[in-house]
Design a protein around this ligand. Structure first.
Ligand code: ATP
Length: 316
């Protein structure tokens, strides 16, 4: 069994007008929550729809669960919640789930228990008998989640799964995603809601203007730019230039009583001890040193800005 549930090589889907996604090469490890991030119009849904065989790639290759994406086998253990979900509103929630269970060939003997369990899991256990016509948008998204999970898939694609949900619903979906990971499933999560993704993802890929900007373990990626907040006896802004081998950027945060607080960017996080000993050796009093953890939004902006100079096709 391969360690990767999705592998793509230069996967490209271009619509008329050259929009879409271009030359995307990535690997999604088994059993992780993989955040696929990018601004509106970056190409996230296009990439997912190509992987699912809903649209044909212009070029490149890809496999899902070790089967080429052109094959039916690649979709047999996959669940999908589309971004723009719409379900037959004359069906009840239970009828919709039964319909999907039949499509996915879930054995009849298992269907009732599974539907009951899923309705509970998405918080619709008392509403399953009602017609979808009477569901709120958030409830429709919840029933869509249940549909995505009806076949007990090994890999689930969730395209903006919380877009219609209130804060409580978002938290419940985050918990559901964590439970899926605990069960050994892989979740491929499309989103531009970075604070949402931050709490659940192990790996992230960032896509911008149709191209992959960066991918990897989120905890490793977040250390790319080592930043530290220090409080020291006051120095002039220009003074930091004398430490340019250690400090590549500085920003004064505040000053008071002969002290100042700074946000410093170091060339590497491992240089924090060297920074402290250099400050001390230069007779600067050090009152506080706090490594700054970057959040996903800062990481996202860092990578997007870093690659902004590269050749891109504007996807908007
Ligand atoms: N069927 C289509 N025909 C032509 N252009 C399309 C089509 N679908 C998407 N596009 C264009 O391709 C680009 C990528 O769209 P896509 O929906 O994949 O982005 P996204 O990252 O999922 O965006 P969002 O976060 O807003 O959902 C956009 O410029 C979009 O207008």
């Amino acid at each position: 069994m391969s360690d990767y549930v999705i592998k793509t090589q230069d996967l490209t889907k271009l619509y008329a007008g050259d929009k879409g996604c271009r030359e995307i090469t990535l690997q999604v490890p088994r059993g992780v929550v993989y955040g696929f991030l990018g601004p509106n119009g970056a190409g996230k849904s296009t990439f997912v729809r190509t992987l699912l065989g809903l649209i044909r790639p212009t070029s490149g290759t890809a496999s899902v669960l070790e089967h080429p994406i052109s094959s039916v086998a690649s979709r047999q253990q996959v669940g999908y919640l589309p971004e723009l979900f719409r379900y037959p509103d004359w069906m009840t929630g239970i009828q919709l789930l039964k319909f999907h269970a039949d499509l996915c060939k879930v054995p009849h003997t298992e269907q009732k228990a599974r539907i009951h369990h899923l309705l509970e899991r998405v918080g619709l256990h008392q509403r399953g008998e009602e017609k979808i016509r009477g569901y709120s948008k958030g409830m429709q998204q919840r029933i869509g989640l249940a549909c995505a999970l009806i076949s007990d898939p090994a890999l689930v694609f969730l395209d903006e799964p919380t877009s219609a949900l209130d804060p409580i619903g978002r938290k419940e979906v985050r918990e559901l995603i964590s439970d899926l990971r605990a069960e050994g499933k892989t979740v491929f999560l499309n989103s531009h809601l970075l604070s949402e993704v931050e709490n659940v993802c192990d790996h992230v890929a960032i896509i911008n203007k149709g191209r992959l900007v960066v991918q990897g373990d989120w905890r490793e990626l977040r250390t790319v730019q080592a930043q530290v907040e220090v409080t020291i006896s006051d120095v002039e802004d220009e003074w930091w230039a004398s430490l340019s081998d250690l400090v590549t950027g500085w920003k004064r945060l505040s000053s008071w009583d002969g002290k100042s607080a700074w946000l410093l960017t170091l060339s590497e996080a491992s240089q924090i001890p060297a920074l402290v000993s250099t400050l001390t050796s230069r007779q600067i009093d050090v009152y506080q040193v706090t490594p700054k953890q970057q959040n996903l939004e800062e990481l996202f902006m860092y990578w997007i800005n870093k690659k902004e100079g590269a050749e891109h096709v504007d996807n908007r």
